[in-house]
Ligand binder design. Structure first.
Ligand code: PEP
Ligand code: MN
Length: 339
């Protein structure tokens, strides 16, 4: 972090700030000249917010030169983090991991039909919401605990690991019992109380990017989980809110590249909540593979017209299988293992 003092600021103002920084166990490298008083702050600056330094009189400008996140940062750990799920699934390496299933768990029969089909097509994780964060309180809210139990039952029966969204920290013991990967929904990405609780979890966390979150804010949420002791964080780009209304959200495909530069954590894409339209999913999935995403989470339904949520963006079973065949062609060229 570099601090420049105002022209005409006093020696006392400068000394007060230096005293404060030294009390935080930081070192100072002075680079002042006759013209300008400027210095660098050396050490772990993650505990200070640059904007707080403007509270000190005489401060003209504070500039960050390192990231505010540490454990999630590529400069902290150079090699890619690979997260294991069960014996066979590895996210962050050469596998292109496919997570697929309905938006919501609706019934045992529905989940079984979809799970069998996505397994046959080559998916390795079954997705499905049991606790649904709906925009309207009158919309289907999910089967809750029954949904978790169904996911576990069908996942085991069909041979798929399961990923599902946790709505609040008090449900963590249940999720520890039933779930393989705990999903944090976009709306909860900055629920720091939940992030702290997940820091104590033993399960990998699929951290969706918030609706309007910057990449830095998203990585700060990952940092919360990691700082709590759980380093198994998988990032998920799911589209961000922009002025464009044609699609549900705008898929920020460059976020994959940005995250891979800034962090060692794996990153996957959710094209379903990004596009909001089933007919765009295949092409966005191919683009995700090409850009270097470590996998996908895709909504699939046997009867989207009658789905209780997100039917418009859900792929029918044959369309999902056909998409897997298309992905396979590109995966081979890129040296990625799809199935
Ligand atoms: C979901 O995956 O079911 C979901 C609600 O997604 P998001 O949190 O990205 O909106
Ligand atoms: Mn959905």
């Amino acid at each position: 972090m570099i601090v420049q003092m105002k022209k005409g600021s006093t020696k006392r103002e400068y000394e007060k700030l230096i005293e404060f920084l030294k009390s935080k166990k930081l070192d100072i490298m002075d680079a002042s000249s006759d013209e300008v008083r400027v210095f660098g702050i050396i050490g772990d600056t993650t505990s200070i917010d640059p904007s707080d330094l403007y509270a000190f009189e005489g401060v003209k400008e504070v500039t960050r030169v390192s990231t505010p996140f540490k454990k999630a940062s590529r400069s902290f750990k150079k090699s890619d983090t690979i997260i294991k799920i069960g014996n066979d699934i590895e996210i962050g390496g050469d596998q292109f991991v496919m997570m697929a299933g309905p938006c919501s768990v609706e019934s045992e029969e529905q989940l079984r039909i979809i799970a069998k089909a996505v397994k046959k097509a080559g998916a390795t994780l079954l997705r499905g919401g049991a606790y649904k964060p709906r925009t309207s309180p009158y919309a289907f809210q999910g089967l809750e605990l029954e949904g978790l139990k169904l996911l576990r039952k069908i996942g085991d029966e069909v041979g798929l690991k399961i990923v599902t969204e946790i709505p609040s920290a008090d449900l963590l013991p249940l999720f520890e019992e039933y779930v393989d990967v705990i999903q944090v929904g976009a709306r909860n990405m900055q629920n720091f109380h939940l992030m702290k609780a997940l820091g104590k979890s033993t399960k990998p966390i699929l951290l969706k990017r918030g609706l309007s979150a910057t990449i830095e804010e998203w990585l700060m949420s990952a940092e919360y989980i990691m700082a709590g002791g759980n380093e198994q964080v998988i990032l998920c780009e799911r589209g961000i809110r922009t002025y464009e209304k044609y699609t549900r959200n705008t898929l920020d495909i460059s976020a994959v590249l940005a995250v891979k530069e800034l962090s060692h954590l794996p990153v996957i894409i959710d094209p379903s909540h990004a596009a909001g339209r089933w007919n765009m999913i295949e092409k966005l999935s191919l683009a995700s593979l090409a850009v270097g995403s470590h996998g996908l989470i895709v909504e699939v339904h046997h009867d989207p017209e009658h789905a209780l949520s997100d039917g418009a963006q859900s792929l029918k079973l044959p369309k999902f299988a056909a998409m897997m065949d298309e992905l396979e062609k590109v995966a081979v060229v890129l040296g990625k293992k799809l199935r």
